[in-house]
Design a protein around this ligand. Structure first.
Ligand SMILES: [Zn+2]
Ligand SMILES: [Zn+2]
Length: 178
């Protein structure tokens, strides 16, 4: 059985990491999840004018491992052309990264809600790992592979693949892990 390696970039909320360890295997063919030693936040990825970090630099720094690799960071990520991203992945490249920055209700001036925060992090993690195994965006707004333009989209979708994406995910994981 293959492994999902989680690499925190800098200090990352422990509760989220624990939640991902429990919930990710249910969506990814019961793969093991291991939290690896944290990597430093790449200072060269910081763009001062925006106060944000270029997410592709985080992806490039993640070590390649057998199985899947997910970076998790608290800092705000962007890619050129978008104001921000919840995460990014190399399509079919087995590597993805997510930012927790915009997932806490406090970011939107709302009351803290750990359960909601963990659920959002799970959705973004499943989404980016979905890309990492080769899944594209799904037109079903309830499917975890639906594109999130805002936290409203994230909250609207489920933390699970739709039937079609789920069947495809199983095939892709089997192929990748051979
Ligand atoms: Zn996406
Ligand atoms: Zn789908």
């Amino acid at each position: 059985m293959s492994t999902i390696h989680i690499f925190p970039f800098g200090d990352v909320d422990e509760g989220v990491l624990k939640h991902l360890c429990v919930e990710l295997p249910k969506r990814f063919s019961n793969m093991d999840v291991v939290v690896e030693k944290p990597l430093p936040i790449p200072v060269h990825a910081y763009v001062k004018q925006r106060g944000q970090y270029l997410s592709t630099e985080f992806l490039a720094l993640l070590p390649h491992k057998p199985g899947l690799v997910l970076g998790v960071t608290e800092v705000d990520l962007f890619v050129p052309g978008l104001n921000f991203v919840f995460g990014e992945a190399f399509l079919g490249g087995k590597v993805g990264v997510i930012s927790l920055r915009r997932l806490r209700p406090e970011f939107y001036g709302e009351q803290p809600n750990t359960q909601l925060f963990h659920l959002r992090a799970l959705k973004e993690a499943v989404h980016e790992l979905g890309h990492a195994i080769g899944l594209h965006h799904c037109p079903d707004p309830k499917c975890v592979m639906h594109f999130s333009n805002s936290i409203v989209d994230t909250d609207h979708k489920e933390p699970d693949f739709c039937e079609k994406c789920s069947a495809l995910a199983t095939t892709l994981i089997r192929r990748l892990m051979d």
